[in-house]
Design a protein around this ligand. Structure first.
Ligand code: ADP
Ligand code: ADP
Ligand code: MG
Ligand code: MG
Length: 605
């Protein structure tokens, strides 16, 4: 067995605790040294050679700063990179294939971005050797006998040029200045930037400063810029963040169409329908988030995603999760409600905001219902949610509550900021619902632990990353006792398991209580899983939006997908929706019978 000990330097606070980890360590007590304070005094160091892996320090640490795992010896030989002593460790690398798109799926913190940085040549792998510089020759020798040997040889000789769409697009305007058009023209080695810009609708904002454009616009700009570069390796880290469904599909089509035929390409993506559509093969990254990640063998796209969901990898005979993730096909049966009690009802509602006009069709939500909101960006989804939340007053129309007393509303806005909260993560959650912090409660196990917020209890909200803050905002919203839950784009930054955890808990809360929820969601698999009925938004983004009344899932999806011209089938094993290839038999058949969304499982490709 090899020991991997990881100390989270942000969480380790030796001047606030009683250094329980050092005092209770049985090795230390016997006079040897397995753990001690770093000379800086700011965090502890664990010596993996002397540590016996008993886990006492892990349990004693009041800040959850330590992780110790015992891994099989064979794995050690596959160490590709370690960020430093007691830091994250990556085992293995996926093999990019020329002319194919390799999809990567895995939990947050498992090492996906690290893999992309290594394959882009931005991060030289150190093979876990920390006491000296590792040469390229060593790296090349390490991959001897595999195709990665050739890859790294070319990388070392600067013969592989890479183009990399980074994960956090919102960071780009901090170090790149200029207008949308300038940026694209500068990147345009291949002479396709204009064309891509037009397809993605960037021509309309060609002269806009990149500091003022939206997250979705920035995402599209960077995807177009990446594709416009002449490179041998194209890397896309979470390309669907901030994009609506139509844009996701368009983005996927563009990447497929405009990649040079012989290029290497790798995509990290959490939206399963998009990943499925984009990838020619799939690698799964598993392990313990923040501690270590292991790269699986390559699988076919369909099998790779299914094995990931099943939680078992047959080629390595490895269980990566205790239980499978299931996309229960609620949607296929009509979800008959036992009561017809309306919790909330609204008349036709009209609202004007500047030049934008929104007209919402009247409707209602029954006790126990989750209502999905689906539509392009800039069409008024957030505006409607804010009307429901009471933040905006409609110009015409009213919202009617069935309750005598005032309805309680729990609202997760689309954009979360640290200013929404005060104090530590623990305090924020405590204020929402103290019962959820009880480790035996299901809210604790299903929300707080699944989103790994227990690890962050003592962090102040203003030190959280964007992803961490998003998770806190979601948890604070759904653990609160309320009549109405409003979640505006909860999936951004979340991985598949986190998205599903949120969806499941929300369903359970809504079904168990006399409550309803409204959820804005662009991930079709999640929308499918979570909603009983859907409000479809249509119109001209930025100008005017209109909505349907809440429609049964299938009808809503049909309406929505018909406009997009794409069809979905259902994977018979996992129940997840899969995009049909355009012009395929199923695509043509489903279009001919007008069933864009769902077709009886059993028919497969
Ligand atoms: P993913 O993209 O799968 O979410 P990352 O590759 O970004 O994961 O990160 C994997 C782990 O490596 C995380 O725990 C992260 O905190 C850690 N990590 C990333 N970059 C560094 C770095 N420069 N130094 C130390 N740790 C890092
Ligand atoms: P969605 O959530 O569907 O992306 P929003 O409801 O946020 O859309 O916005 C719809 C349109 O209304 C956008 O064009 C947006 O710029 C505009 N808008 C939103 N708030 C205001 C405001 N306070 N003043 C003027 N225009 C606004
Ligand atoms: Mg990442
Ligand atoms: Mg919005």
């Amino acid at each position: 067995m090899v020991r991997v000990a990881v100390v989270d330097r942000d969480l380790c606070k030796p001047n606030k605790c009683n250094k329980e980890c050092i005092r209770f360590c049985p090795v230390n007590r016997r006079g040897k040294k397995a753990i001690e304070l770093h000379e800086s005094g700011k965090y502890v160091v664990i010596y993996e050679e002397t540590c016996i892996g008993c886990g006492i320090c892990v349990k004693k640490c009041p800040y959850n700063a330590l992780t110790i795992v015992n891994l099989p010896d064979e794995l050690e030989k596959r160490t590709v990179h370690r960020y430093g002593p007691n830091a994250f460790k990556l085992y293995g690398l996926p093999l990019p294939v020329k002319g194919k798109i390799l999809g990567i799926i895995g939990k947050n913190g498992a090492g996906k971005t690290t893999i992309l940085r290594i394959l882009a040549g931005e991060l030289k792998p150190n093979l876990g050797i920390l006491d000296r510089e590792v040469s390229w020759d060593e790296v090349i020798r390490f991959f001897r006998g595999t195709e990665l040997q050739v890859y790294f040889k070319q990388l070392a000789e600067h013969k592989l040029k890479s183009a990399h769409k980074i994960q956090y697009v919102e960071l780009v305007p901090r170090y790149v200045k200029g207008r949308v058009g300038d940026l694209l023209e500068r990147a345009d080695d291949r002479g396709i930037a204009r064309e891509l810009g037009e397809i993605l609708g960037l021509d309309k904002i060609w002269n806009r400063d990149i500091r003022v454009i939206s997250g979705g616009e920035l995402q599209k700009l960077l995807i177009a810029a990446t594709l416009s570069k002449k490179a041998d390796v194209y890397l896309f880290d979470e390309p669907s963040s901030y994009l609506d469904v139509r844009e996701r599909i368009r983005m996927a089509k563009i990447i497929r169409k405009y990649l040079p035929p012989n290029a290497y390409s790798i995509v990290v993506e959490h939206d399963l329908a998009v990943l499925d559509y984009l990838s020619d093969l799939i690698t799964i990254v598993y392990g313990e988030p923040g501690a270590y990640g292991i790269v699986s063998k390559p699988y076919s796209t369909k099998n790779g995603i299914n094995y990931f969901l099943e939680g078992f990898l047959p080629a390595e005979n490895m269980r990566i999760r205790g239980e499978p993730i299931r996309f229960h096909a609620y949607s296929t049966e009509s979800k008959e409600k036992t009561t017809n009690e309306k919790i909330i009802e609204w008349t036709d509602v009209f609202k004007r905001l500047g030049d934008f006009k929104l007209k919402v069709s009247g409707g209602y939500a029954l006790k126990g219902e989750v209502i999905g909101l689906l539509g392009p960006n800039g069409i008024g989804k957030t505006t409607f949610v804010r009307i429901l939340a009471g933040e905006l007053k409609p110009d015409e129309g009213i919202i009617i509550s069935s309750r005598k007393e005032k309805m309680t509303i729990s609202y997760k806005p689309q954009y979360v900021s640290p200013k929404m909260f005060q104090g530590t993560v623990r305090e924020v959650l405590m204020e929402s619902n103290p019962n959820a912090l009880n480790v035996t409660s299901w809210l604790y196990s299903e929300v707080i632990r699944k989103l790994r917020l227990n690890r962050l209890y003592d962090r102040y909200v203003d030190e959280l990353s964007g992803g961490e803050l998003q998770k806190l905002a979601i948890a604070a919203c759904i653990i609160r006792e309320s009549d109405i839950y409003l979640l505006d784009e909860p999936s951004a930054y979340l991985d598949v398991e986190e998205r599903l955890a949120v969806a499941k808990v929300l369903r359970k809360i809504i079904e168990g209580k006399e409550a309803v929820a409204f959820v804005v969601e662009h991930d079709v698999s999640i929308q499918d899983f979570i909603s009983d009925r859907i409000i479809v938004f249509y119109g001209t983004p930025g100008i005017n939006g209109e909505t349907t009344t809440p429609l049964p899932l299938r009808q809503a999806m049909n309406l929505f997908l018909k406009e997009l011209g794409i069809t979905f089938r259902r994977d018979p094993q996992t129940g997840r929706p899969r995009v049909n290839k355009e012009g395929s038999y199923l695509d043509r058949y489903q279009k001919s019978i007008g069933e864009y969304y769902y077709i009886a499982s059993g028919i497969e490709d």
